[in-house]
Design a protein around this ligand. Structure first.
Ligand code: DX5
Ligand code: ZN
Length: 222
């Protein structure tokens, strides 16, 4: 089984103290840092863009896991690579040409991820799975932190896990939205190995302890 990785979402940070808070999450075992870029068009919210990604890339050595919730992300891949992204995940629903967008990410020398919103059937992206380094299953409607985890999305993780085993593929399976110590083990049991967590880690008073607790819950039973 793949190592479980925690990817705290910076959306839950106090950006005035982001550097310190991210270090606390790292001290608690986080390996990735999830950066939610929202354009107010693909999702009904605006978050931050390249300057913030660039600043954070300079203050941490965590793997920058950039989640683009923007329309036609192919336009901005080079910018986010220059800003320090290590993994770029785009939404299937936001791309006119999904394959071209994935290839653009890979050709830019970073890892490529593809995400689906809750209402999108996971089998609609089957043909792209052999090209991917990561598949991100949304467990809330994208756009906002702090929403309730949708447990009925977990069969998508099971599908992805079984498909990878059957076809000898090696992508990571990430879950994003409402992930906490209460449901982390369910996610892992369904095949997820990257746990994105905003409110339940960087949104907490004691960030390091929250990260430790979430990872302990996720690994419980192994
Ligand atoms: C939602 C974002 C998530 C969000 C997670 O659109 O993609 O990454 O920051 O936040 P929580 O963990 O609070 O649901
Ligand atoms: Zn996200």
């Amino acid at each position: 089984m793949k190592k479980i990785k925690l990817s705290p979402s910076a959306l839950a940070c106090n950006f005035a103290n982001a550097g310190i808070q991210i270090e606390q999450a790292k001290a608690g075992g986080a390996e990735y840092l999830h950066l939610d870029v929202m354009d107010g068009i693909f999702v009904p919210n605006i978050s931050f863009g390249q300057p913030v990604v660039k600043s954070l890339s300079k203050c941490t050595d965590l793997v920058l896991d950039v989640h683009l919730m923007i329309d036609e992300p192919i336009r901005y891949i080079d910018d986010f690579v220059k800003s320090g992204a290590d993994i770029i995940t785009v939404h299937a629903e936001a791309c006119d040409d999904i394959k071209a967008t994935i290839m653009k990410i890979k050709e830019a020398g970073v890892k490529a991820g593809l995400s689906v919103k809750p209402k999108t059937d996971i089998t609609t992206i089957t043909e792209y799975l052999p090209l991917l380094d990561l598949v991100l299953v949304m467990t809330v409607e994208p756009g906002f932190g702090g929403q309730k985890f949708m447990g009925d999305m977990l069969p998508k993780c099971e599908f992805l896990r079984d498909y990878a085993a059957l076809h000898n593929l090696d992508y990571e399976i990430s879950v994003d939205g409402g992930v906490s110590a209460e449901n982390a083990r369910l996610c892992v049991n369904a095949g997820a190995n990257v746990l994105v967590a905003g409110s339940s880690v960087l949104g907490k008073e004691d960030i390091k302890s929250a990260a430790i607790e979430l990872l302990a819950a996720a690994n419980n039973g192994d």
